[in-house]
Design a protein around this ligand. Structure first.
Ligand SMILES: Cc1cc2nc3c(=O)[nH]c(=O)nc-3n(C[C@H](O)[C@H](O)[C@H](O)COP(=O)(O)OP(=O)(O)OC[C@H]3O[C@@H](n4cnc5c(N)ncnc54)[C@H](O)[C@@H]3O)c2cc1C
Length: 567
């Protein structure tokens, strides 16, 4: 099999990594010294969802309770090890561990998903939910639904841990529709913005050991722990919640991309911004070299519209959650040396969406919120993605998307003219509000210092965030160069009084032309500055880093990548 085909095949299949218990003859790593008894310990390969981060063997354990995590932190500190909270391993960026063996020496992964999954709903008004960090978003939202509560927006997959989602400021797509006001208990910002309090494992200087500490949302120190990229260990959190809603989710593929992403001056009723105005909840997925995006529009609809199909469980779009034989065959040909088939692949992908919506009868759905807010399964095609968040004012949404579309189509054409096809997945566009701390309902609530949705006090008119991702199969020739050029373009374009850019923590950024998360100027200057600009002194990137360091001076909760980033 040519290497390209092997690469494509490996990204399309998921092989569970082999598990070897401690003290087994099959173990290839030296057993961690003095490991605390009573906590299950095993050697396992780590592979993130896209397969781009792989470590052949790393010690992993599954604590039974928050107290075990405290024990592990004290053990790690005493023995010169580091511990990494691990949820579902679905993050693209190297926040759990960097790629390869070097970054995993004396590193213990702590899998929260096996036992740290308790959840309690506190009904009433205001209502809240307390959940341990390893609970999946699937389980959390199902529990909330059972008690009559829900979220306005959340990440599209449900097999993400709450701890993983909070760590990066997980988001969905929602701003208020024109005339809509926020329902108490909800937010148009990140899931993290609902946090009322959280419990973390922190260093206690007085006793000289790690202990559990609960931070209220009004405690200035929580600002660093709300979104922390894995530089802390959260055992549980209490989130505000509000009444669940019935959502209608309508899919269509009738609006031309040129109309949806037209420049503001020529944008009509089918423009992206107009769609956002209509219902507030929109996602556009556009495959390069096709003419019409897959548009999803959610609207709040207390009763079932006559023509809608009732959806009583999540993941309605089954056709998008499997890799069709035709897709895998065409990808194999592309990777075998025929990149010119990329437009055929893209049109085939869009064809699958079109026919899939019809065959599965899912173009018009209605049901409890989670049943259409969760719509991505891990079995979908394994792609890599860059991710940027553009803060701007609502009046500028069309400008943001039209400028990106114009840049992107022109860049794709320039590459195509050279016979190069770096991008073979879709462009995805979503819009959210910002993290207004008051949404969590705690008097005196403070902002997450490292949330991509942290408002800019110097630009109170910036009230929305446009999330842009472009996707491709890992290893696609010229993709790294393309991502680097795209990053330079977005950084140069979304500036000044118009807009500002932040990285989407979970995805790709910091491209150096060879790989992501490696460009020294972006990592060392651009990203930190995006959390300094316009912020009050004592509430910036530097404050967050200092707070995280103060609560973990031994850097037990860190990895070699974070050591370089969070400085
Ligand atoms: C197909 C796909 C679609 C996605 N769609 C979305 C989307 O729509 N919106 C969105 O916002 N994101 C999305 N993501 C990204 C996802 O939300 C993040 O990558 C999230 O961090 C993954 O959760 P996890 O449980 O897999 O975390 P992991 O990948 O296991 O960990 C991610 C980070 O969180 C840290 N962490 C995990 N648990 C804890 C804890 N208890 N305490 C402290 N740190 C912890 C880890 O140390 C690591 O730094 C998507 C990812 C995939 C693969």
């Amino acid at each position: 099999m040519p290497p390209g085909v092997a690469a494509a095949a490996s990204v399309m299949q998921w092989t569970p990594a082999f598990q070897v218990p401690a003290a087994s003859a099959a173990s290839t790593l030296a057993t961690p010294p003095n490991f605390p008894p009573g906590i299950s310990l095993y050697q396992q390969a780590f592979k993130n969802w896209s397969g781009e981060i792989a470590v052949d063997a790393v010690w992993t354990c599954a604590p039974n309770a928050p107290a075990d995590v405290v024990t592990l932190a004290n053990w790690a500190h005493a023995n010169g090890w580091r511990i990494r909270a691990k949820g579902y391993g679905h993050n693209w960026s190297p926040l759990v561990v960097p790629n390869g063996a070097a970054g995993s020496a004396n590193v213990l992964l702590v899998d929260t998903t096996q036992h740290l999954t308790a959840v309690t709903v506190h009904s009433g008004s205001p209502a809240s939910v307390t959940a341990q960090a390893g609970i999946s978003m699937d389980a959390l939202l199902a529990t909330l639904e059972g008690a009559g509560y829900g979220m306005t927006a959340c990440p599209a997959p449900g097999d993400l841990s709450l701890g993983g989602v909070l760590a990066i400021g997980g988001h969905g797509t929602a701003v208020p529709a024109r005339g809509e006001s926020l329902t108490a208990g909800h937010t148009f910002g990140s899931v993290t913005n609902l946090v009322q309090s959280l419990t973390a494992v922190v260093w206690d200087g007085g006793s000289g050991q790690y202990v559990l500490k609960t931070f209220s949302r009004s405690d200035p120190d929580i600002r660093a722990f709300l979104v922390h990229l894995g530089r802390a260990f959260i055992t549980e959190a209490t989130l505000r919640t509000g009444p669940n809603k019935r959502l209608r989710c309508q899919s269509s593929y009738t609006i031309q991309a040129n109309d949806m992403f037209a420049p503001p001056a020529s944008a009509g009723s089918n423009s992206f911004a107009k769609l956002v105005d209509g219902s507030g909840r929109v996602e556009a997925i556009w495959f390069p070299f096709t003419t019409v995006p897959w548009l999803k529009v959610w609207s709040v609809s207390p009763s079932k519209p006559w023509f809608s199909k009732q959806q009583d469980s999540p993941y309605p779009f089954t056709f998008a959650d499997t890799v069709a034989q035709s897709t895998s065959d065409t990808l194999a040909q592309i990777f075998a040396g025929d990149p010119g088939l990329t437009p055929t692949l893209e049109n085939g992908e869009m064809g699958i969406v079109g026919s899939g919506l019809i065959v599965t009868g899912t173009w018009d759905l209605w049901g409890w919120s989670k049943n259409t807010l969760h719509y991505v399964k891990p079995t979908t095609l394994k792609v890599t993605a860059n991710g940027y968040v553009i803060l701007t004012s609502r009046a500028n949404i069309q400008r943001v998307v039209s400028e990106f579309y114009a840049y992107y189509t022109q860049a794709l054409t320039a590459y195509q003219n050279r016979g190069q096809y770096p991008m073979n997945g879709p462009l995805e566009i979503r819009v959210t509000g910002l993290d207004n701390p008051a949404d969590c309902g705690v008097p005196g609530a403070v902002s997450a210092e490292l949330s991509p949705l942290k408002p800019r006090p110097d630009h109170p008119e910036w009230d929305v965030a446009v999330w842009l991702d472009i996707l491709t199969v890992p290893g696609t020739p010229y993709s790294e160069q393309f991502y680097k050029e795209t990053e330079a373009w977005v950084l140069g374009n979304y500036t000044g009084s118009y807009a500002a850019l932040r990285a989407e923590w979970s995805k790709g950024w910091g491209y150096d032309g060879t790989t992501a998360w490696a460009n020294p100027a972006v990592l060392g200057t651009v990203i930190p500055n995006s959390y300094r600009a316009g912020q009050a002194a004592g509430d910036t990137w530097d404050t967050a880093v200092a707070t995280l360091n103060a609560y973990d001076p031994g850097h037990v909760f860190g990895n070699t990548f974070l050591d370089g980033l969070l400085v």
